[in-house]
Design a binder for this molecule. Structure first.
Ligand SMILES: Cc1ncc(COP(=O)(O)O)c(C=O)c1O
Length: 485
């Protein structure tokens, strides 16, 4: 497909700029562009066709099911985008006087209250822009907490082998040493393994619960108590909160800090380069370390609330400008208001039901990594098929694309060989779940009858099997005009 630059014809125009609503101002000569701006020049029909063609080459949740494990690619209601697009929210500037943005601060304070209630935390900051950024922020708070107590020998963060790769990466970035612990047979934390590594160097534990195998750890209270006894803090990676919101709260499980991925659970799509939001919640005893500024509500003399910003006493500083991705927070708030307490719980229960429904539909056809029951997701292992027929997780993932389904997450978590991690989410209907089950069963039948068709898949997409290693190691991200080559 040609790029828009290649389709450009000099002199073609398609713009209708609104009339200016501010006085005209001549830019000083030294600030004006001296070179032509090399933008593509196209007519309106050609631009529309260009973008429609690009859209057809892509795949999104509007095209079909997207069971990408641990990514919660659910359908996000459009109304929440519409609410977050209201001019009162979008036509403001973060440096405006505080008394002119009272409604926005109120929305932040109320969103904080909602998410604190869902997680069992006392305070919450919306500054972090993604899950990993939230992890990093929380770990800086863990560090500040120990240092504040003169406990500077606590340099280790414990991470189970089923953790998302961002956990050890965030720990390293925050200046900690990562200590890995194994999972037990059932996919949970191995208690003996944990006990072995706990000690005076333990700064904290990072845990996802339910974890990336879709398992809710039945020993969770014992795990968090052991870490507390050793003097460490418990950090909850809330990326999988979709499975437990409204049902179980990290704060009640013994966690001191949590990050959430609003761009999974709370009405913002995950992926596509953002914007996202990874708010961090904490228990009251850690609130003095939160980043600034924290929006707060004060009751005025007339009994009305006045909204303001506050700098926590021992703050770790800013981790991002202003209030994070404000419009993403608004979408989460709108989602909460529309669903209410019962709706939030129903969403989690349906996500769990859908994952178990699919797992049962596939149990006789594929091996599942651990017995279950599962929460939001389950992990198939294609290793037996690889050994017997040479068919890999990659082959199955490629074949499912021919059926209009996005592939599950592949080769993750790392403690499962030839992993395919399936997360159907609560927004898929029973018919869609049945369709996915049927597709995977049919693919399984071809493993013995027609394995070559799987090795050649996908045969219906624009690109079949790109050289992903070269694409990752030698990305060509800059367009070079052909004649300049
Ligand atoms: C379990 C888990 N933790 C952390 C993250 C990191 O979140 P982000 O991609 O927003 O940085 C993810 C991302 O998918 C995840 O699945």
């Amino acid at each position: 497909m040609q790029l828009s630059f290649e389709k450009s014809v000099a002199g073609r125009r398609t713009y209708v700029l609104p009339a200016p609503d501010v006085p005209k101002y001549e830019l000083p000569a030294e600030m004006r562009r001296t070179l032509e701006l090399p933008l593509p020049e196209m007519g309106e029909p050609d631009i529309n066709r260009h973008y429609s063609a690009l859209e057809r080459r892509s795949f999104g949740v509007n095209d079909g099911p997207y069971p990408l494990g641990s990514c919660t690619m659910k359908y996000n209601p459009i109304i929440n985008d519409q609410l977050a697009s209201l001019p009162g929210f979008t036509q403001i500037h973060p440096l405006q006087e505080i008394d002119t943005v009272q409604g926005c601060l109120q929305a932040l304070v109320e969103a904080e209250k909602f998410l604190a209630a869902v997680t069992g935390m006392d305070r919450m900051t919306f500054q972090p822009a993604a899950g990993a950024h939230g992890e990093f922020t929380a770990l800086l708070m863990v560090k500040a907490y120990h240092e504040d107590r003169g406990d500077s020998e606590r340099t280790q963060i414990i991470v189970p082998d089923s953790a998302h790769g961002t956990n050890p990466a965030s720990a390293a970035m925050a200046g900690f040493e990562t200590v890995n612990i194994p999972s037990n047979e059932a996919g949970g934390v191995d208690l003996d393994g944990l006990k072995k590594v706990l000690g005076p160097k333990t700064a904290g534990l990072m845990l996802t619960n339910p974890n990336t195998l879709g398992i809710f750890d039945p020993n969770i209270e014992e795990i968090t108590a052991l870490v507390h006894e050793a003097g460490g803090l418990n950090y909850y990676d809330g990326a999988n909160l979709n499975a437990v919101m409204g049902v179980a709260r990290p704060g009640d499980m013994g966690f001191d800090l949590v990050h959430l991925n609003l761009h999974k659970t709370f009405s913002t799509p995950h992926g596509g380069g953002g914007p996202g939001s990874g708010p961090v919640g904490c228990k009251a005893f850690l609130a003095e370390f939160l980043p600034h500024d924290m929006p707060i509500a004060r009751k005025g003399e007339d009994g009305e609330y006045v909204y303001d910003l506050e700098v926590p006493e021992k703050t770790i500083g800013r981790v991002r400008s202003f209030y994070g991705n404000f419009l993403v927070t608004l979408k989460a708030y709108a989602y909460a208001l529309r669903l209410g307490k019962a709706g939030i719980r129903a969403a989690a229960l349906t996500a769990v039901l859908n994952a178990n429904y699919m797992a049962e539909g596939l149990r006789d056809y594929y091996d599942i990594s651990v017995p279950g029951p599962y929460m939001h997701e389950f992990v198939l292992t294609i290793e037996p098929l690889r050994q017997e027929y040479g068919i890999t997780a990659m082959d199955i993932a490629k074949a499912i694309q021919e059926k209009g389904i996005h592939p599950p997450t592949m080769y993750f978590p790392l403690n499962v060989k030839e992993a395919l991690m399936v997360e159907p989410t609560e927004t898929e209907s029973r018919e869609t779940l049945d369709m996915m089950i049927e597709a995977l069963r049919e693919i399984r039948s071809r493993v013995d009858s027609d394995p070559e068709s799987l090795r050649q898949a996908p045969r219906t997409t624009v690109i079949g099997r790109p050289d992903e290693t070269t694409a990752a190691r030698n990305p060509i991200l800059r367009y070079t005009e052909p004649e300049a080559e």
